[in-house]
Design a protein around this ligand. Structure first.
Ligand code: ADP
Ligand code: MG
Length: 296
């Protein structure tokens, strides 16, 4: 494309709330064949809510499970912790301070409440602490995960005392955007998430993603992108969080979702979308192709 066409393209995009940092990014984005989406905050709104609270042990009511989990999550900054706290507040439960508190990144939280150790988090957290999951509990957990919910296991002492399920609503335009991208000749749409396998697969199914990578820590997302690029693919990564910054930086074209996005993500990206509207992604690709004057 000519420098004039590129300048015009960048100007045109910025009026649509698409900030393109370089002419190179504008030219490259129309050539990508693989698009990797972060899940939380990108495909979903990023505001999880508690759906179910279930007790596995007679000595605890569901209200007690929620209260203990909320105390454990009291100092958590993770949206999942916030969801638990919000529900407990709605139910006017008293949320005292935990005696000790520690975040297990990508897995959950650990707290000391009275003299009881409490864990709230995923399967990995439970496994790492050598707590067993009964067959019957496992079945209940999987049934919820199959519906796209994230299950938090609440271990009080040495057993799983209950579970809390949370769900993050899929954005209205996620499915439609994935379809549109495939119609534009994108070969593969990937979903990258810290969520467990079953929940991740359920969301991928719902939006029509071709491939899903679950239980992704920030370093894992980079690895996925790097493997693809090493394989000769041009990959566009789309994400919003601090967690996504390294993968955005490493991809052929990194696109940061702006509205709720972290500053670090925006800095690491080649393109920043000023809203959290996913339909800007096909618009961006379309614009790139027009500027280059080609169809592919
Ligand atoms: P993502 O934001 O992509 O879901 P994270 O890496 O932040 O990924 O978290 C991965 C998983 O770890 C979550 O799906 C959840 O199961 C668990 N987890 C993380 N933080 C918490 C928390 N504060 N309380 C309970 N579980 C958590
Ligand atoms: Mg995110």
């Amino acid at each position: 494309a000519t420098p004039t066409a590129i300048m015009a393209g960048i100007g045109n995009a910025s009026r649509k709330g698409i900030l393109i940092k370089s002419g190179e990014a504008l030219e490259n984005v129309g050539r990508v064949k693989t698009i990797a989406f972060d899940k939380t905050g990108t495909i979903t709104y990023g505001k999880p809510e508690v759906i179910d609270v279930i007790s596995f042990e007679e000595k605890y009511t569901p209200g007690k499970i929620l209260q203990i989990a909320a105390i454990a999550e009291k100092f958590s900054e993770h949206p999942i912790g916030q969801a638990v706290l919000n529900r407990a507040k709605e139910e006017s439960l008293k949320i005292s301070d935990p005696h000790e508190f520690k975040v297990e990144i990508g897995h959950g939280v650990r707290a000391l409440i009275g003299n009881e150790r409490v864990l709230v988090g995923n399967q990995k957290l439970i496994d790492d602490n050598k707590i067993g999951v009964k067959q019957q509990q496992e079945e209940i957990i999987t049934a919820h995960e199959d519906q796209g919910k994230t299950v938090l296991m609440v271990a009080i002492g040495d057993s799983i005392s209950g579970i809390i399920t949370v769900a993050d609503t899929i954005k209205e335009k996620s499915k439609e955007t994935v379809q549109e991208l495939k119609g534009m000749g994108i070969n593969e749409v990937l979903l990258l998430t810290g969520d467990n396998e079953v929940t991740a697969a359920s969301i991928a199914r719902e939006i029509g993603a071709d491939n899903v990578y679950s239980q992704q820590l920030p370093g894992d997302k980079v690895q996925v992108i790097e493997e693809r690029i090493a394989n000769g693919e041009r990959v566009c990564m789309i994400g919003d969080g601090i967690n996504d910054a390294p993968a955005l930086a490493r991809s052929s074209v990194g696109v940061a979702m702006g509205a709720l996005g972290s500053d670090v993500a925006i800095e690491s990206a080649d393109v920043a979308l000023m809203s959290d509207d996913l339909s800007k992604v096909p618009e961006l690709i379309d614009l790139s192709r027009k500027v280059r004057g080609t169809i592919n």
